[in-house]
Ligand binder design. Structure first.
Ligand code: GRF
Length: 216
């Protein structure tokens, strides 16, 4: 059973999707702790309701990023997690932190990376007139939103669709692909070797794709 820590800042819907999958029959991973950087994160209550241990590393308590990152790393390590899933975690982590968890640190980003790193991804995809949009699960490297992508959920943008509407549909896809990637890693089918993704023992030439235009 692969122990997983999920790190959040907000409502934690991806965390809940991962946690629920981990509690389902036959899962090979288990969420051992949900950690937030603020005690107001809505996801903490969701996690507690599922019986998952929670931890808070309050960002305000630390003088600088290095001190916060060290406390976060200690909290993760005390949980015994071997995989760390950032899920709506709104802070940039130091190179030291990323290096410490290299190859064991995942993030989900609401765009088809390498498109639209950073914020406001839905509005930017619509403004560009893109035909498709989605979300990416990737290993975290020191480059923001720049690590190797494992899986993408992709949907077709509907005529006249608003950023809010497409965001809701992307979220539905996120809840499919993030637990799926955790399962693939727990099963030993996906791994990170020297900064590259391997799938079933071979380098992954392009991200795995989950197409789902119906995502509601
Ligand atoms: C998601 O859209 C994810 O792609 C981004 O932050 C959001 C988190 O949402 N990194 P939630 O807290 O999981 O509901």
């Amino acid at each position: 059973m692969l122990p997983v820590a999920v790190v959040i800042s907000g409502r934690g819907s991806n965390m809940e999707a991962i946690a629920r999958a981990s509690l389902s029959a036959g899962s090979r991973f288990r969420v051992v702790r949900v950690i937030a950087d603020r005690d107001s994160a809505g996801g903490l209550a969701r996690a507690a309701a599922l019986g998952i241990p929670v931890g808070v590393v309050p960002v305000k308590r630390y003088a600088d990023r290095a001190a916060f990152d060290a406390a976060l790393a200690a909290e993760i390590e005390s949980s015994g997690a071997q995989l760390v899933a950032l899920a709506g975690f709104m802070r940039i982590l130091s190179a030291e932190f990323v290096q410490r968890f290299e190859g064991r640190l995942l993030n989900i980003h609401p765009s088809l990376l390498p498109l639209y790193k950073g914020l406001d991804t839905h509005a930017r995809a619509l403004a560009a007139g893109d035909t498709h949009h989605g979300a990416s699960v990737h290993y975290v490297t020191a480059e923001l939103d720049g690590g190797p992508v494992i899986m993408q959920g992709r949907l077709r943008i509907r005529p006249g669709e608003t950023p809010e509407a497409v965001s809701a549909r992307v979220h539905t896809l996120e809840h499919i692909i993030y637990p799926h990637v955790c399962s693939l890693i727990a099963a030993g089918r996906v791994e990170c070797r020297q900064g590259s993704v391997y799938f079933d023992g071979a380098p992954l030439a392009a991200p795995l794709i989950e197409e789902n235009d119906a995502a509601a």
